[in-house]
Design a protein around this ligand. Structure first.
Ligand code: CP
Ligand code: NVA
Length: 299
């Protein structure tokens, strides 16, 4: 039975924690001579731009012995109206897994429904589960634990926020989310996460960051929202700057999934400052991509 990774809650707590541990081992070079993907080709369909996700998956597939097949939607018959169903069924005859970045989460669910292969979500409008796993590996490396860690996410209640909430639930981290009214994260992710950990919503970022171990932000306008000028105007008070950072614990780390809009959701001073871990966070995309591929393709 194939297994997909479309959202963080597709993994159990044990699976998620195992994969963080496994990613750490792979980062440390354990089993680096093994090639679990040898002879396997992995499709990569990206309907939106990507630097980290695309490159980390391509390199991960190569380093695990497999072959990445990058499929630009413009060059697929999808662009001429072939259905997701037919595309998913046909690609299942050639490939061993598919990594997809797209718009509506329903598109990837539809693809996964008709595909016999593991489908991995490389970002949809509402979830970014691969990012959240790398985030948790980064927090674990910097803080030595995840259980009880206090995360404050400031900004838009978007795909990154939803997956971070779900990942907090599976790891026992507590999470405060500060968004302008009307931009809260998915109710469903919050409600489910509350069965596992403490999730609190705020409209004042200064209250959300009090005594936080981790301060996290993402862009105010996600891919596809670039022209939503009115939305952007609501986020002026939701910037991570040195004044906000002072309210967190003195050893708090600053995280951002990148790409950043410097001067908007985060200042240069903070993202380039000593508390920022954004480059380690970006590097960890590679190690967690490997752990996810190895796990889903281990048959
Ligand atoms: N963080 C992230 O997913 O970056 P890319 O859009 O560059 O893949
Ligand atoms: N929320 C951002 C994340 C980019 C990695 C977006 O969807 O554009």
């Amino acid at each position: 039975m194939k297994k997909d990774y479309l959202r963080v809650f597709d993994f159990t707590k044990d699976e998620f924690l195992f994969l963080i541990k496994r990613a750490k081992e792979l980062k440390e070079g354990k089993d680096s001579s093994k090639s679990p993907l040898i002879g396997k080709s992995i499709g990569m369909i990206f309907e939106k731009p990507s630097t980290r996700t695309r490159v980390s998956f391509e390199v991960a597939i190569y380093q695990l012995g497999g072959y990445p097949v990058y499929l630009s939607p413009r060059e697929l018959q999808l662009s001429r109206g072939e259905t997701i169903k037919d595309t998913a069924m046909v690609l299942s005859r050639y490939l061993s897994a598919v990594v997809i970045r797209t718009f509506s989460h329903r598109i990837i669910e539809e693809f996964a429904k008709w595909s016999n292969l593991p489908v991995i979500n490389a970002l949809t409008d509402t979830h970014h589960p691969c990012q959240a796993m790398a985030d948790m590996l980064t927090i674990f490396e910097k803080k030595g634990k995840l259980e009880g860690i206090k995360i404050a996410y400031i900004g838009d209640g978007n795909n990154v926020a939803n997956s971070l909430i779900e990942a907090s639930a599976l790891t026992g981290a507590n999470i405060n989310i500060a968004t302008p009214k009307g931009f809260e994260p998915l109710r469903e992710s919050v409600d489910k996460a509350k069965n596992f950990t403490r999730v609190s919503l705020f409209s004042n970022p200064f209250e959300a960051v009090l005594d936080a171990d981790v301060i996290y932000t993402d862009v105010w306008l996600s891919m596809g929202e670039e022209n939503h000028i009115e939305k952007k105007s609501k986020f002026k008070n939701f910037q991570i700057n040195s004044e906000l950072l002072k309210k967190a614990k003195p050893d708090a780390i600053v995280m951002h999934c990148l790409p950043a809009h410097r001067g908007e959701e985060i200042t240069d001073e903070v993202i380039d400052g000593p508390q920022s871990v954004v480059l380690d966070q970006a590097e960890n995309r590679l190690h967690t991509s490997k752990a996810i591929l190895e796990f889903l393709l281990a048959v």
